[in-house]
Design a protein around this ligand. Structure first.
Ligand code: UD1
Ligand code: UDP
Length: 357
C-alpha cells in the first residue's frame, strides 16, 4: 500500500509528525508532499529538523496568495503528482487551504482520502478554516475524529458511521513525544530571562482577528491589562501575518508585551508549559494548553474545540479587553483538575492500523 502524506503549514507538520514516525516504524511505503504554504524558516524547516522528519519527496513551493490563488496552485500541483505517483491513499491533517485543495485533488482522481482531525466545527462560516473543514470532511473516505463529539457532528451531517473512527488527536502524541526533550534541551526561559509562571504567553494570528484593526487592538489592550494586573510580562511569538498587519495598521505595541520571533517546537512547548496562562486564538494551543494543564483564554467568539471549554481548561473571551481580563482572572482562580479529552497519545498508531486494515 502506497501512502501519500500531504502537509503545508506549521501545525500540519507538527500534528502529522507522529503519523510519519509511525510509517517509518512500520516500514510502510510512504512519501511526503509539502505544498510550502508556509515557507519561512521558522514556520517550516525548523520543525522538520527538530522533529527529525525525512525530506519531502515533492515540494510545490506555492507560498502565499489569495485563497483562490493558493488553493488553485495546490490543486493543480497536487493533481500532477498524484497522477504520476498513483498512491492508494492521501492523508491530510487539519483545516488549511493545503488540506482542502489536496483532499479535493485526490478525491477527483478517485484516490482515497484520510482526514485526520475530522469533524471539528466552529459554526462560524466567515472563518476560512470552517469552509475547508466542512468540504474536506465531505470528500474524505476515512474520517479520523479526535473525539466522540466530533464523530457525532459528522454523523449529523450524514457521513456514514463506517467511515468515521475516533482516534484521539495526534497533537497528544506530539506533545508526549517531545515535552520531555523540550524540558531537557530548551534554554528558552534562560534566554528570555523568564521564570516558571512568571509570564503570560500569547499568540494571535487568525485572519478574523489580526486582519481587523479593532479586534487586533482589543487583543493587545486586553493582554496589556492582564499584564498590568499581575505585573508580569506577556510574551508574544508573533506569526508573520500578524506582524504584517501591525505594521499596516501602524499599531504601537504596549510596553508590557514582548514581541519575539516564532519559536521552534521544543522552545515553544517549554514556554507553554511554564506559562502562568495562555492567551491565544490558535487551534493547536487550545489543545496543548489543555493537555499540559496550563489555563487558557481563547481570544475568539467561538471554538471548534468545545471539549476544552467543557473540561474547564479554556474560556472564550472574544477580543473585548475587559472580557479578556475577566476571563484571565476566572481561569487563574480555577483548580487545574481537568482531564485531557483528546486521547492517550496513541492516535497515530490507531490511524495507521485502520489504514492498514
Ligand atoms: C494558515 C492557515 C491557518 C493556520 C495557520 C497556521 C489557511 C486559510 N490558513 O494561516 O488555518 O492556522 O496557517 O499558522 O490555510 N507568511 C510568511 N511566511 C510564511 C507563511 C506566511 O511570511 O511562511 C505571511 C505572508 O505575509 C502571508 C501571510 O503570512 O500572506 C498569511 O499566510 P497564509 O498561508 O495565507 O495563512 P496563515 O495566516 O499562515
Ligand atoms: N507553535 C510553535 N512555535 C510558535 C507558535 C506555535 O511551535 O512560535 C506551535 C504550537 O505548539 C502548536 C502549533 O504551532 O503545535 C500551532 O500552530 P498555529 O497556532 O500556527 O496554527 P493553528 O493551530 O491555529 O492552526
Amino acid at each position: 500500500m502506497k501512502i501519500f502524506i500531504i502537509l503545508g503549514t506549521r501545525p500540519e507538520i507538527i500534528k502529522m509528525s507522529p503519523v510519519i514516525r509511525e510509517c517509518i516504524k512500520k516500514k510502510l511505503d510512504f512519501s511526503i508532499l509539502h505544498t510550502n504554504q508556509h515557507y519561512s524558516e521558522n514556520l517550516d524547516k525548523v520543525f522538520f529538523k527538530e522533529l527529525n522528519l525525512p525530506e519531502p519527496k515533492y515540494n510545490l513551493n506555492v507560498g502565499s496568495g489569495t485563497h483562490a490563488e493558493q488553493t488553485a496552485k495546490i490543486l493543480v500541483g497536487v493533481e500532477k503528482i498524484l497522477l504520476k505517483e498513483k498512491p492508494d491513499i492521501v492523508l491530510v491533517e487539519g483545516d488549511t487551504n493545503t488540506v482542502l485543495a489536496s483532499a479535493l485533488a485526490a478525491a477527483k482522481l478517485h484516490i482515497r482520502v484520510g482526514h485526520i482531525e475530522a469533524g471539528l466545527r466552529s459554526y462560524y462560516r466567515e472563518m476560512p478554516e470552517e469552509i475547508n473543514r466542512i468540504l474536506t470532511d465531505h470528500c474524505s473516505d476515512l474520517l479520523f475524529a479526535p473525539t466522540k463529539k466530533a464523530k457525532d457532528i459528522l454523523l449529523n451531517e450524514g457521513i456514514f458511521n463506517k467511515n468515521i473512527f475516533v482516534t484521539g488527536n495526534t497533537v497528544v502524541d506530539a506533545v508526549f513525544e517531545n515535552l520531555k526533550l523540550a524540558k531537557k534541551k530548551s534554554k528558552i526561559l534562560e534566554k528570555l530571562n523568564l521564570s516558571k509562571r512568571g509570564y503570560f504567553l500569547m499568540t494571535a494570528h487568525r485572519a478574523e482577528n489580526v486582519d481587523n484593526k479593532d479586534r487586533l487592538r482589543g487583543i493587545l489592550k486586553g493582554a496589556e491589562m492582564v499584564s498590568k494586573k499581575f505585573s508580569l510580562p506577556v510574551i508574544y511569538p508573533i506569526h508573520p501575518r500578524a506582524r504584517k498587519m501591525l505594521e499596516n495598521f501602524k499599531i504601537v505595541i504596549p510596553k508590557s508585551i514582548n514581541l519575539i520571533e516564532p519559536l521552534g517546537y521544543l522552545d515553544f512547548l517549554k514556554i507553554e508549559n511554564n506559562a502562568k496562562l495562555i492567551l491565544t486564538d490558535s487551534g493547536g494551543m487550545q489543545e496543548e494548553s489543555c493537555i499540559m494543564k496550563i489555563p487558557c483564554v481563547t481570544l475568539r467568539d467561538n471554538t471548534e474545540r468545545p471539549e476544552t471549554i467543557e473540561v474547564g481548561s479554556n474560556l472564550l473571551s472574544g477580543t473585548d479587553p475587559l472580557r479578556i481580563l475577566e476571563c484571565a482572572l476566572k481561569m487563574l482562580n480555577k483548580r487545574k483538575k481537568w482531564k485531557n479529552p483528546f486521547g492517550s497519545g496513541k492516535a497515530a498508531e490507531k490511524i495507521i492500523k485502520i489504514i492498514q486494515k
